[in-house]
Design a protein around this ligand. Structure first.
Ligand SMILES: Nc1ncnc2c1ncn2[C@@H]1O[C@H](COP(=O)(O)OP(=O)(O)OP(=O)(O)O)[C@@H](O)[C@H]1O
Ligand SMILES: [Mg+2]
Length: 417
């Protein structure tokens, strides 16, 4: 596993977000346990709507975040597992079957069905981030956890293939290269967030993690312990900030401050009386202040949030997953907006809670509690690395972990044999 671990068995994870870039360093101790020894974050520059728009600015943010994490251990890291810095994620489902002929299923049957299923992935330029076995069936027996050793006639496999357009990934590679880092695996951000904050029960039952970022909103559906669906909506907290800035003719900085301090999704009679100050930017660039009822800020935010959750519900209904999604867990900076759980719950008609890291092995309190939402992507990457990359049995493994090249090779091999 030398390509995943740094010297001294160190895991390094990196989350390049629209608003901040975070890095955590940890030692894997056992499955599901990585002890944090360093962390750093830095304001992201050169990222818009979760994609890179300036290589040099993004490199600068990555270098700062990584350097502050390295500072804890006084060592340099070379390789990272990172969230994919992309604005578009899509799930494609692939199903395949294999004739077993009434004998016991073996590991080599699993390998074979995996390969033939992968060969059915539509050939496009898109980058494959994940290729996750989400269901095995044997004849009429469905949701089999481990088919090895069971007897049957036909083995069926369903794969969830998470894809993203190629060019943003290449830009991300360029940023990492210029930051003198190699990347052993890119992970879809909603996948990482789900691993960070969903309980084992939630991952089994059917739960949606909604990652409310600055540039995009990520959606990940977990069921029977696997990520079965993943997508992104090109709407993030920055758009709420922009709406406040343009409605009240104030700067983006002021709008951001007003949103985080006074924003809410719950209209209240007291907000009609409560006044807040808004610095106005005039054409001559002089700044004056107006006072408005807080209710006006709330009325600006509410339609945007309502539209977002209606869209999430629509996407899940269209993909056929809404019925199995019993709970919703909100993460990312936007989950800190006052009243968002109540608003989401009324639109989604489901339980909604805020996500917090399920487990954090941080004996020295390197990550302060108030920063958990910012580090959620990285915390999930730690879980992904220690659990999925290093410890998952082969029949459940995300098969892209060995790199897309393998999948491409299999496709080429099957196409040409
Ligand atoms: N209290 C709050 N109320 C409302 N919004 C908040 C609050 N705190 C943070 N935010 C918003 O959260 C967003 C940042 O979230 P986060 O750090 O998850 O984004 P990111 O990971 O950098 O972006 P992305 O994942 O979209 O690329 C910003 O838009 C910020 O305004
Ligand atoms: Mg993010």
């Amino acid at each position: 596993m030398a390509h995943i671990l740094n010297d001294n068995n160190l895991i390094a994870v990196l989350d390049i977000g629209t608003s901040k870039t975070c890095c955590i360093l940890a030692y894997p101790e056992s499955e599901d346990k990585a002890v944090i020894v360093g962390a750093g974050s830095y304001q992201s520059n050169g990222i818009k709507k979760s994609e890179i728009i300036s290589l040099s600015l993004a490199v600068d943010s990555v270098r700062h975040a990584v350097a502050s994490a390295e500072n804890f251990i006084k060592e340099r890291i070379k390789t990272v597992v990172a969230t994919a810095c992309v604005s578009t994620l899509s799930s494609t489902f692939i199903q395949d079957s294999l004739d077993i002929g009434g004998r016991e299923v073996t590991q080599s049957d699993i390998n074979r069905i995996m390969k033939t299923a992968q060969s059915k992935i539509p050939v496009t330029e898109d980058e494959i981030l994940h290729c996750i076995p989400i269901d095995y069936s044997l004849d009429t027996r469905h949701s089999i956890t481990d088919p090895r050793g069971l007897t049957g006639k036909t083995l069926y496999l369903s794969l969830n293939t998470v894809m993203t357009p190629p060019y943003p990934v290449r830009d991300m590679n360029a940023v990492l290269e210029q930051s003198h880092l190699s990347c052993s695996k890119k992970v879809a951000s909603p996948y990482a967030c789900g691993l960070a904050c969903l309980t084992p029960e939630e991952k089994k039952q059917g739960t949606v993690v909604v990652d409310l970022g600055a540039g995009t909103t990520g959606i990940g559906v977990f069921y029977e312990d696997q990520l079965i669906y993943c997508t992104n909506i090109p709407f993030g907290g920055n758009q709420i900030t922009q709406e406040i800035a343009s409605t009240f003719k104030t700067s983006l900085n002021s709008a951001e401050r007003i949103k985080t301090l006074n924003g809410s999704t719950l209209p209240s009679l007291t907000y009609e009386q409560e006044e807040i100050e808004i610095p106005l930017i005039g054409e001559d660039e002089t700044v004056s202040v107006i006072r408005i009822p807080k209710a006006k800020i709330v009325y600006t935010i509410v339609p945007l949030i309502e539209e977002l959750f209606e869209r999430i519900r629509f996407l899940l209904e269209r993909a056929g997953f809404y019925e199995i999604c019993l709970n919703f867990v909100l993460t990312g900076g936007g989950s800190q907006l006052h009243g968002i759980n109540e608003k989401a719950s009324s639109i989604l008609q489901r339980n909604v809670r805020t996500g917090y890291p399920v487990k954090l092995f941080d004996k020295n309190n390197i990550i302060p509690e108030h920063a958990y939402q910012s580090y959620m992507g990285c915390i999930g990457l730690l879980s992904y690395t220690s659990r999925i990359l290093l410890n998952t049995p082969a029949h459940q493994r995300d098969v892209t972990t060995t790199g897309n090249k393998i999948i491409r090779f299999f496709r080429w091999f099957l196409d040409n044999s």
